[in-house]
Design a protein around this ligand. Structure first.
Ligand code: AMP
Ligand code: MG
Length: 494
């Protein structure tokens, strides 16, 4: 296969952070999905790749000549418990490409077979969960939420054994990087301060180059990551996204959403919603996500601590801990500010008033009390802004319950300079009509697993245009019956 133009800065600059490894061969590869737009962004010739044997390429049977696959090492807190060694148990980084905008992007396989980090796992992935990652990732991207994305999915032609045999697949993932909180924890847990320092330098050069060489650069890195995560989680919350497995190995340094396992979108608004079958304690419930992000950032701060002060200098350590705590303690305010920024847009407000946070909070309280569909209720504000309140009222158990809030919102809008048409248009840009509804996702994946890709492709087309009200896609905008959502469970897909 021709060269892709890969660089390998991660493997080259971070000895001990990865192991060279090869993908397992696939018996009968078949291309299920290819992301032409993303290939183009990466400067790859999508047409040529499709015409060449894309299936053989994107399952790893014939790698680009300059790929140097490695399995990355990382540690992580999973559901609160620390594992000093996790690592890529079923993933391989092929290399990095500089995209058309000059950004370095990782190209990695997921589901390409066992690695030295596989522990008890088979290193494989199934078609359903990999196409799920495509759907949710593309939906997130279309919603403007930073995310890793899928470049390709290839069915391997071999079964993988889960609770039953399922068709196997390999996904090619594109990420700003695969650096995560757990990458730092890996070296911190080993007390390998030199490697930890190299990792911090590498990370800063890659994600925060303006910090390179500044005093207190590791502390500034902590602050930058905390700010990115505050912005990211606020976007999740405003979209009704539940990640489902916010372990520290699944929290990126780049601020992209990663690891679409048991994630799902809210339908009826309720902060306590949990869909993941393994999250029995509700640790990663929708409403807990900001607090968990902060908890994860505290683990990141702990991992960075040896770079902030030398362990044998007690006053310096105390000072460093206080500085790190300042960042961790600032996180809730950063998050609140990001959340409110998004909420103002979702309320159709161009100006800022002190009472806006209360207006948004009372709106959410109304949705909760009325068991309203989160996505459609926000969307209905666009019609309400043009005088049509019926679509909103129809979503509420008691339509009159909205009276007082609507009056307040109208009065607030009247103090905002935006003309009515412009407000309605901006509301329709801030509040999606279509999200990946669980029932529709499951239906598409079931059919794809059985060999029929048409429902997957139709749903994908709808998810890529979430703000357009297109009659053709109306069925994707409908909430599932409450009984269906109440019983809905997601699985890690491992
Ligand atoms: P995740 O929950 O997907 O973030 O995965 C947590 C850890 O389990 C990571 O180290 C993964 O590489 C590993 N893992 C997940 N699924 C498998 C699998 N089928 N085989 C080997 N390792 C896996
Ligand atoms: Mg993971």
């Amino acid at each position: 296969m021709p060269a892709f133009g890969f660089d390998h800065s991660y493997a080259r600059e971070l000895p001990g952070a990865s192991v060279a490894w090869q993908p397992a061969p696939a018996a009968a590869p078949r291309l299920l999905f290819f992301n032409d737009a993303l290939a183009d962004e990466l400067g790859l010739d999508a047409r040529a790749l499709r015409e060449a044997d894309a299936a053989a390429l994107f399952c790893g049977n014939t790698l680009p000549s300059d790929a140097q696959p490695v399995a990355q090492a990382y540690a992580g807190h999973q559901f609160g418990g620390f594992s000093p060694q996790l690592g890529d148990g079923r993933a391989l980084l092929l290399g990095e490409l500089i995209d058309r905008d000059g950004r370095r992007r990782d190209i990695a396989f997921k589901g390409s077979g066992r690695t030295p980090f596989s522990r008890g796992g088979d290193g494989k992935a199934a078609v359903g969960p990999m196409l799920r990652e495509v759907l949710i990732g593309e939906a997130m991207h279309a919603l403007g939420i930073p995310t890793t994305r899928a470049l390709a999915v290839v069915a391997t032609g071999e079964p993988v054994l889960r609770d039953r045999p399922l068709p196997g697949a390999v996904l090619t993932r594109v990420a700003a990087s695969h650096l995560r909180v757990g990458s730092f924890q890996f070296f911190a847990a080993r007390g390998d301060i030199d490697a930890l320092r190299r990792l911090a330098d590498y990370t800063i050069a890659r994600h925060d180059p303006e910090l390179a060489g500044t005093p207190d650069a590791p502390l500034a890195l902590l602050r930058a990551v905390a700010r990115r995560q505050a912005a990211l989680v606020a976007r999740w919350m405003n979209a009704g996204f539940i990640h489902g497995v916010m372990n520290t190995d699944n929290m990126t340094i780049s601020g992209e959403t990663i690891d679409y396992g048991p994630c799902a979108f809210l339908e009826t608004y309720d902060p306590d919603v949990v869909f993941s079958s393994i999250d029995t304690g509700g640790r990663y419930a929708y409403g807990k996500q900001p607090a968990i992000a902060r908890w994860n950032l505290a683990r990141f701060a702990e991992a960075l601590l040896p770079l902030l002060a030398s362990a044998d200098d007690e006053p310096a350590v105390r000072h460093a801990v206080a500085q790190a705590m300042e960042v961790i303690d600032a996180f809730p305010a950063w998050y609140d500010a990001e959340l409110l920024r998004g909420q103002r847009a979702k309320l159709g407000l161009a100006s800022e008033e002190a009472e806006d946070a209360a207006l948004a909070a009372d709106w959410l309280a109304l949705l909760r009390a009325q068991r309203a569909d989160f996505t459609l209720a926000w969307r209905a504000l666009a019609d309400a802004s043009q005088g049509a309140e019926q679509p909103l009222r129809a979503l509420l158990a008691d339509p009159a319950a909205a009276d007082a809030w609507l009056a307040r919102w109208r009065a607030r809008c009247a103090r905002d300079a935006l003309p009515a048409d412009a407000r309605a248009a901006s509301l329709r840009r801030a509040n999606p009509w279509i999200i990946p509804r669980n029932q529709r996702v499951e239906e598409a994946l079931e059919r794809a697993t059985a060999g029929d890709l048409a429902p997957f492709e139709q749903l994908l087309a709808a998810l890529r245009r979430p703000f357009d009200e297109n009659a053709e896609f109306a069925r994707y905008a409908e909430p599932a019956p409450a009984e269906v959502t109440a019983c809905y469970q997601t699985f890690c897909g491992t």
